[in-house]
Write a protein that binds this ligand. Structure first.
Ligand SMILES: Nc1ncnc2c1ncn2[C@@H]1O[C@H](COP(=O)(O)OP(=O)(O)OP(=O)(O)O)[C@@H](O)[C@H]1O
Ligand SMILES: [Mg+2]
Length: 277
């Protein structure tokens, strides 16, 4: 066993980790402290959120309608400006970043929304290629016709990862809801993200397809060594497709526990009083 004195001495700990004597401490990829956000006419929505997400984790964020889950996700990248927050994301102090650095940080985070936001008149392959915008700005990646060969090949690979390579040439408006969300996932992979955020990614899918897409989302997170933070109103999904569940109530984190220690009834307690309005 590793003597505890080793663990308390940072240099010795690093040597011991290198020698495989102790497990490396998990990397903290997202650390939010004191997040407050109010909206005009609504008042305070988030009132001192504290949240840590470690590399490789899948974390489900739950809470009643209007409690501020989407606001929290967006504030973490300043897609919405928080009133106050200290946020460290992938090693960057988000509150201090200028516009171009913020853009670079956002490019490392793949977003998947309930609405897939595909360009409906374009092909599936073109939609996936659009995922490379952030790292390859320019007209070339507007379309599969102008994209360089290696980008087309990478987009095909991303489509394979979501099981839809055979639909590459189809127009996006021909796809089912489940297929569309898989394409949105392939587009997010095309970003080569380090972190995935998903806001109710399967809310508009039927139960079977919703399960399949959640399974895919978590599977890709594991295979690609990513980190996943997603919002869900489906408590079974939160229990099945997350390592940890974080519950928001009245603007604060009221639940933060490993999924395998929780049950549906424990999670339901979070929904006692509405946070909406
Ligand atoms: N731009 C805005 N202006 C005013 N109020 C807003 C704005 N955006 C969100 N709100 C309000 O802030 C609260 C939190 O909204 P948010 O969308 O973050 O909640 P949520 O937990 O994601 O809800 P849901 O589960 O319904 O998606 C809600 O009461 C919402 O009406
Ligand atoms: Mg929401």
């Amino acid at each position: 066993m590793t003597p505890s004195v080793l663990l308390s001495d940072p240099e010795k700990r690093i040597e011991a980790e290198a020698a495989g004597a102790v497990e490396a401490a998990p990397e903290l990829q997202l650390r939010i402290r004191g997040l407050r956000k109010s909206y005009p006419g609504r008042g305070l929505v988030l009132d001192g959120i504290e949240l840590d997400v470690f590399k490789g984790e899948a974390v489900a964020l739950i809470g009643s309608n209007g409690c501020g889950k989407s606001t929290l996700l967006r504030c973490s990248l300043r897609l919405i400006e928080p009133d106050e927050a200290e946020t460290s994301f992938l090693g960057h102090e988000v509150q201090n970043l200028r516009r171009s650095a913020l853009r670079k940080l956002r490019a490392k985070v793949g977003f998947v929304f309930q609405k897939h936001n595909l360009v409906l008149r374009s092909s599936v392959l073109t939609n996936v290629i659009h995922g490379s915008f952030a790292r390859m700005p320019g007209f070339q990646v507007w379309s599969q016709a102008t994209a360089p060969k290696h980008i087309r090949e990478e987009a095909m690979y991303c489509l394979q990862r979501v099981g839809l390579a055979h639909l590459a040439a189809s127009r996006a408006d021909r796809l089912s809801g489940g297929e569309s969300q898989r394409v949105a996932l392939a587009r997010a992979l095309m970003q080569r993200p380090q972190f995935l955020m998903a806001d109710e990614p399967v809310a508009s899918l039927d139960p079977r397809v919703g399960d399949e897409v959640m399974d895919l989302l978590l599977g890709l997170t594991r295979q690609e060594d990513l980190t996943l933070l997603y919002v869900s109103h489906n408590l079974d999904h939160a229990l099945k497709f997350a390592d940890r569940i974080v519950g928001i109530q009245k603007g604060q984190v009221r639940l933060n526990a490993p999924a395998n220690t929780l049950s549906t009834s424990a999670l339901r307690e979070l929904y006692g009083a509405s946070d909406d309005g």
